[in-house]
Write a protein that binds this ligand. Structure first.
Ligand SMILES: *Cc1c(COP(=O)(O)O)cnc(C)c1O
Length: 414
């Protein structure tokens, strides 16, 4: 988009008046006396989420075990129903998405099944800027297959420490690669990878590919089916605002429904027959087949309301406002803080199609500046060595808040 921004506070106020998502702000609990721009770490509690959480608590009180079948959203079907809601956000059909487990556990459940070293194809390709837990998990998955991660986990390096060049990923798709696991959005720089292109290139070479969308679902629309993504997983406590420790998601493309889950448990059983309690495992022919254990009903209760509010606002509207907010933040920083003596730089792609939901501000003294910014009530985070991450949330931040943050930073520097 070609925005025409201006530096004044009045202009920020005008942007807020023009904001068609503005009314969603009052549907969140906002921390007192602060500006919260940390939703890429933990999203704020939506009142809709509080409502569904309290409802489930009440159902436990009054229905007890009958809640499994008689709750408003019967607990037995909660994982599938929440998956159905989330499917809309990622361009999937209802049976391809399920709310279950947690992010790293889901990575294990999926990779143990999709990573089948065979003949020459024995290696996993990943990147050095991924969230460390993914790399730890991939190392152990390689070991579980009796192989050495030093040789069989291939890591694409970053040239600038900020971004990963897709051409480099594609160059490294050799005939020894069995599986690729990448983040959709890098957690430091907010670079959004070209999921469609990388997926197509992997498939041309007979390589399976899975995406960690923890930093993208809820802020960036996805079209997994259209893009032919093999599998994906993501958390719900960042841009989906479902609360700490809430259930994560699994997406499995239909074409893989026959594939055997490697870590099986009774919740992956064919739903209608689960309570027949047979000892022969019969896997559900849906993404639900990768479930292992009883779902965390209370842990996912706020997710119901949180997904409702996201769907109500519309993921395309959220993306549009999010990009406008990050572009505005970048504009203010470039005009106020990049020249000497301030010397900030933007560690996030300037091109919108390459950007996720946050902006990384880089500075040699980022840690000290971050502390001072916290003292002024700007709740954000610092990522070593030199990054201040600012995440304007389309559902609950204002343009005036962004204006204030950049002016606070200028005051701190002055
Ligand atoms: C936040 C995040 C995780 C978190 O993993 P948990 O298992 O939920 O603790 C994993 N991967 C990425 C890319 C993330 O951004």
């Amino acid at each position: 988009m070609n925005y025409q921004f201006e530096m004044s506070k009045e202009f920020a106020e005008k942007l807020d008046l023009d904001d068609k998502l503005a009314s969603f702000r009052e549907r969140f609990y906002l921390p007192k006396d602060s500006i919260y721009v940390n939703g890429n770490s933990l999203g704020l509690l939506p009142k809709d989420g509080e409502e569904t959480l309290l409802r489930v608590l009440e159902e436990w009180k009054t229905l007890a075990v009958k809640g499994w079948m008689s709750a408003e959203l019967p607990w037995f079907y909660q994982a599938e129903k929440l998956g159905e809601k989330a499917a809309e956000l990622v361009g999937a059909t209802a049976d391809e998405v399920v709310a279950t487990g947690t992010t790293t556990i889901n990575l294990h459940a999926l990779v143990s099944s999709f990573y089948q070293p065979e003949g020459k194809k024995t290696k996993i390709l990943a990147d050095e800027l991924n969230f460390p837990t993914d790399i730890y998990a991939l190392q152990s998955q390689v070991k579980l297959k009796g192989l050495n991660p030093q040789e069989h986990l291939i890591i694409v390096k970053s040239d600038d420490g900020i971004t990963i060049d897709e051409n480099k990923i594609i160059e490294m798709m050799t005939d020894e690669i069995a599986l690729i696991v990448l983040p959709a959005v890098l957690f430091r720089s907010s670079q959004l990878l070209d999921i469609r292109r990388v997926t197509e290139e992997a498939h041309k070479r007979g390589i399976l590919i899975g995406w960690d969308c923890s930093h993208s679902v809820g802020v960036v629309p996805h079209h997994f089916d259209e893009w032919g993504v093999d599998f994906a997983f993501w958390c719900s406590y960042k841009y989906l605002n479902a609360g700490p420790g809430s259930s994560a998601f699994i997406y499995v493309n239909k074409k893989h429904f026959g594939l055997e889950a490697a870590l099986t448990g009774w919740f992956g059983y064919v739903k209608e027959k689960q309570f027949e309690m047979n000892l022969n495992f019969e896997q559900s022919n849906t993404a639900g087949g990768w479930q292992i254990s009883s779902p965390s009903i209370l842990g996912s209760a706020a997710l119901e309301g949180a997904l409702n509010i996201t769907l109500e606002a519309g993921i395309e509207n959220i993306r549009e406002k999010s990009l406008k907010m990050t572009s505005y933040l970048i504009y203010l920083v470039q005009n106020l803080l990049t020249d000497t003596p301030y010397n900030f730089s933007i560690g996030t792609p300037l091109v919108e199609e390459r950007r996720g939901g946050h902006v990384a501000l880089e500075h040699n003294n980022a840690q000290t500046i971050s502390r001072k910014l916290m003292e002024r009530g700007v709740i954000h985070d610092f990522r070593p060595p030199n990054i201040i991450r600012i995440t304007p949330c389309a559902l609950n931040n204002t343009f005036v808040e962004i204006w204030k943050i950049t002016n606070y930073i200028k005051e701190i520097m002055d």
